[in-house]
Design a binder for this molecule. Structure first.
Ligand SMILES: NC(=O)c1ccc[n+]([C@@H]2O[C@H](COP(=O)([O-])OP(=O)(O)OC[C@H]3O[C@@H](n4cnc5c(N)ncnc54)[C@H](OP(=O)(O)O)[C@@H]3O)[C@@H](O)[C@H]2O)c1
Length: 264
């Protein structure tokens, strides 16, 4: 992988930061993006021995992803696209507002598709291996009350990614969907969530664990990977429940919102 170039979104913290470190350990040059330059610089300082470019972008804004893509390819082709940036809110839909919904739709879906579009178009005619990884969630497997829009956005990411994987079977481009369960990152504080039921807390993984599983799945050209045994069991098990019951179980597993919803 030495000398290949990867674009990692949401690289300033959590899973994205650890994916950046995993890629650097493989010798992959990095274009790291998020909104916070200082946090990106701190992550870049931990990625040793590779070339790193930092591009700040607010992918919750229309057209930011296209501009990011143009900047990312200005210094050479991108061989690996990691669509990781995302956020959610742990609240009833009727307690939040359109501004947050619009940002979520833009970041979790529209910007992800815009980057996928840039990447797939740019790879046409290339014979060298290339990889796209899209980070969904175990929330993609059923509806999730109090995370209605987030879970729907991740179901979109999963369906989109799996179809792209199938379209590109037998080509040099692999498309992999990662569906993490609860992961110890800033995601939960930002969503007004955290400290869920016993089973949810018990199945929580570290971002390092998820990042390692992500890179392994990418290298293996996997279609969809759920990191962690309990998460695999629950995401497999929902197919034996009615959709109404699966939604109710998800609601029980997360419990009720108890923490304030921070401003964005
Ligand atoms: N943590 C979990 O339990 C969990 C479970 C399943 C799936 N996931 C998914 O994993 C991915 C990474 O989340 P994480 O858990 O690592 O959370 P995190 O630590 O909060 O990281 C989120 C990343 O997205 C970036 N981001 C947020 N809003 C953005 C915006 N408007 N424009 C550009 N970048 C933005 C953040 O950077 P800035 O703030 O600097 O912009 C940060 O780098 C997300 O897609 C999330 O849905 C997380």
């Amino acid at each position: 992988m030495t000398g290949r170039r990867a674009l990692v979104t949401g690289a300033s913290s959590g899973i994205g930061a650890d994916i950046a470190r995993e890629l650097a350990a493989l010798g992959v040059d990095l274009v790291l993006t998020a909104r916070r330059r200082d946090a990106l610089e701190a992550v870049a300082a931990t990625c040793k021995g590779v070339k790193i470019e930092i591009v700040t972008a607010d992918l919750g804004q229309p057209d930011a992803a296209r501009a990011l893509w143009d900047t990312a390819i200005a210094n050479g082709p991108i061989d690996i696209l990691i669509n990781n940036a995302g956020f959610g809110y742990f609240r009833r839909f009727d307690e939040v507002g359109w501004a947050r919904d619009a940002e979520l739709i833009q970041l979790n879906m529209t910007s992800l598709v815009a980057l996928a579009r840039g990447f797939v178009d740019a790879r046409k005619g290339h014979t060298t291996p290339a990889h796209m990884v899209n980070i969904a969630s175990t929330a993609a497997f059923q509806s999730v009350p109090n995370m209605a829009l987030y879970a729907a956005s991740k179901a979109f990411v999963r369906n989109f990614s799996e179809a792209l994987h199938d379209e590109h079977r037998g080509t040099p481009l692999s498309v992999t969907c990662i569906c993490p369960g609860g992961t110890e990152t800033a995601f939960h504080a930002a969503s007004g969530g955290g400290d869920y039921s016993w089973i949810a807390n018990r199945s929580t993984k570290s971002p390092e664990f998820v990042a390692r599983a992500t890179i392994q799945a990418m290298l293996d050209g996997e279609r969809t990977v759920v990191p962690g045994l309990l998460n695999q069991l629950s995401s497999f098990g929902v197919r034996f429940l009615t959709r109404r019951l699966a939604s109710r179980v998800a609601s029980q597993v997360l419990g009720k919102p108890r923490f304030a919803l921070p401003a964005r």
